[in-house]
Design a protein around this ligand. Structure first.
Ligand SMILES: *Cc1c(COP(=O)(O)O)cnc(C)c1O
Length: 388
């Protein structure tokens, strides 16, 4: 057993990754160039998505997907309360208001029932629904999509945790039940680009719109310009866009990491199974992450469920105790609706599933570079800290 510090997540970089980046550094392009398009094409092949468009991070992926779908001022977006704040913030960047949906108390996922409740609270008409595939497990999209459509909404799956997960309707990101899906390549996520993001979409018009908006709103196709003069310098900004581009340096790393996704998934599944085994018998105080049936999940987080109150301990005590054993943990997530910005805007809202989930969740270390023994080491430390 190793005694080195185990963070809750960390990237895995091998020689092939380093070579891919240094190849770009020796070439002609540093910012968006051929490596970005090659990464997008590989991503399309890996997920079965008709179109993939890369961008600067997972937050700008959400922002671009919503902006390209036409979300705007006065519109309403439904976001589950248990997610990273960027899911909700992206709707606000577009000027839309957020209605928070509750989540299943065990999995932390938005369900058809919690979505319908949020649609009803929004008055029946909604312009965007953002299911979040928390920890790498996927929401029940065949049940969620028709409810969202009936309310008039586009569906954007926040898939930042879920690259590599296979569902009965195919790979995450294939947009079988959504207009778009978004990904992040932040180093704590399953594949790392330093910073990076991507949108997949089934719609050619959305893909085009994202290309334009990620680079200042400039229309690159001369055939689509308003001004048709023979002026080689002419370029046209037809919408207000941003600089949300991914660089070729980052794309080369992301592409190399994508080639390792199957190995990463196998590793994460083996580690998750080791956690399940080590936690066996600790219920009801400590339980493994709740599994979603039908998912062949590439877990981003091993979110254990712990009844801290039943053990007579606070979560802070358990986290500091584990830290003394060299084990890093994290809480995913504080309900976004409880953040001061959103409380000030929408008031205090009571979402019992989110509260239950939040009070019990603790993400244990899970990343490719952990050894086979590490889950047992973590659980042994947890037992000591909690006197189980
Ligand atoms: C990480 C994450 C994001 C944002 O991605 P960044 O690349 O950090 O901007 C959005 N949503 C979820 C669920 C995430 O985990």
């Amino acid at each position: 057993m190793s005694n080195s510090f185990l963070p809750y997540g960390r990237q895995s970089i091998d020689q092939a990754d380093i070579d891919a980046v240094t190849d770009v550094l020796r070439g002609d392009w540093l910012t968006t160039g051929p490596a970005v398009r090659e990464f997008e094409q590989d991503f399309e092949a890996a997920t079965g998505a008709p179109h993939a468009r890369a961008c600067s991070n997972g937050t700008t992926a959400l922002h671009l997907a919503l902006a390209a779908s036409g979300l705007g001022r006065g519109d309403v977006a439904i976001v589950p309360a248990i997610t990273f704040m960027a899911t909700a913030n992206a709707a606000r960047y577009c000027g839309a208001e957020v209605v928070f949906a509750d989540v299943d108390a065990q999995t932390g996922l938005m369900t058809a029932a919690t979505l319908q409740d949020a649609i009803d609270r929004a008055g029946g008409r909604v312009q965007a629904v953002l299911p979040v595939h928390l920890a790498g497990q996927v929401c029940d999209m065949p049940a969620i999509e028709p409810l969202a459509r009936a309310a008039g909404a586009v569906v954007v799956e926040d898939s930042c945790h879920a690259i590599g997960t296979t569902t009965p309707w195919g790979e995450v990101g294939n947009c079988a039940h959504a207009d778009a899906a978004t990904f992040s390549f932040h180093p704590v996520k399953t594949i790392a680009a330093g910073e990076g993001g991507l949108v997949t979409t089934a719609r050619a018009d959305t893909a085009r719109q994202i290309e334009i908006l990620r680079s200042h709103g400039i229309e690159r196709d001369p055939g689509r310009h308003e001004r048709q003069e023979d002026e080689p310098w002419w370029h046209e900004m037809q919408a207000l866009g941003w600089n949300f581009r991914l660089s070729d340096i980052q794309a080369a790393l992301a592409r190399s990491q994508l080639r390792r996704l199957a190995a990463f998934k196998a590793r994460r599944q083996a580690l998750a199974a080791a956690y399940d085994g080590a936690l066996d018998g600790l219920a009801p105080v400590v339980q493994p992450i709740a599994r979603v049936p039908g998912n062949d999940a590439c877990l981003h987080l091993y979110a254990a469920r712990i009844d801290f109150a039943a053990a007579g301990l606070t979560r802070s005590q358990v986290m500091s105790g584990l830290r003394e054993h060299g084990i890093g943990t994290q809480v995913h997530y504080i309900p976004v609706s409880d953040q001061p910005y959103y409380r000030a805007r929408y008031g205090q809202i009571d979402l019992p599933g989110a509260r239950h989930y939040y009070e019990r969740t603790l993400s244990l270390p899970l990343y490719q570079g952990m050894s086979d023994d590490d889950p047992v080491r973590v659980v042994e430390a947890l037992k000591m800290v909690m006197a189980l």
